[in-house]
Design a protein. Structure first.
Length: 222
């Protein structure tokens, strides 16, 4: 991960990561907090889903360790609520009452892992490490796409129009004919948009256009 111009070491990234623990059993919350902190992780614990939802989330690799049976509510139901609300961090379920059917339901709904209590400390640490790595990749992709969108918005309307023609595979002369411009004018716009989009080649520009959802120009049927 890179912030500004400074690259972070793996240890720095680990310190920035956040593990959320949601369990109505205070002893389990304390045990998990101590275990995860011993591994150098930042931990936040909650006794209810309301507390967890109200807590401001950091823009950092995160995961949630969630008890499947909370007091007065279902962990599985809360997992669905998280999905609906756009909270996309990986979920690791744990339970003292789990069965195969419950595990399958949780995994189908997107849970990353499922731990019957008691579990081995190392198994939980390994699962948390994998979950944080996955969420780090997701955040990096989202940040890259957001930066690409910001760059695209710097293009002028004419440059965006030319871009749609370029990614469709048309040459400058063809684009000029379609837009009723001179070929030199198209060349200037094309050069500017390639520079602004930091596109090394047309295939690179095509990949960026696809990520942005920019539709290539398609000639209408005669």
């Amino acid at each position: 991960m890179v912030i500004g111009q400074h690259s972070l070491s793996p240890n720095d990234e680990r310190r920035m990561s956040v593990v959320y623990v949601l369990d109505d059993d205070e002893r389990m919350r304390l045990a998990l907090r101590n275990l995860l902190r011993s591994a150098g992780l930042h931990v936040e614990t909650f006794a209810s889903s309301r507390e967890f939802l109200a807590f401001p989330k950091l823009d950092a690799p995160s995961c949630l360790i969630l008890d499947i049976r909370l007091r007065g509510e279902s962990g599985l139901a809360f997992q669905h609520e998280m999905t609906r609300s756009g909270l996309r961090m990986p979920v690791l379920f744990m339970t003292g009452f789990g069965d195969i059917e419950m595990s399958v339901t949780a995994m189908k709904a997107g849970a990353l892992d499922f731990f019957p209590k008691p579990f081995r400390d190392q198994d939980m640490l390994d699962a948390v490490t994998a979950a944080l790595a996955r969420d780090g990749q997701r955040l990096a992709s989202e940040h890259a796409l957001a930066a690409l969108r910001s760059t695209y918005e710097l293009l002028t309307p004419r440059e965006k129009e030319v871009m749609a023609f370029v990614v469709s595979g048309l040459m400058n002369k063809q684009i000029a004919a379609q837009m009723n411009l001179s070929e030199i004018t198209v060349k200037i716009h094309r050069g500017q948009l390639m520079k602004k989009m930091a596109a090394r080649s047309v295939p690179d520009l095509v990949r960026k256009a696809e990520a942005l959802g920019v539709e290539p120009y398609r000639a209408s049927a005669p």
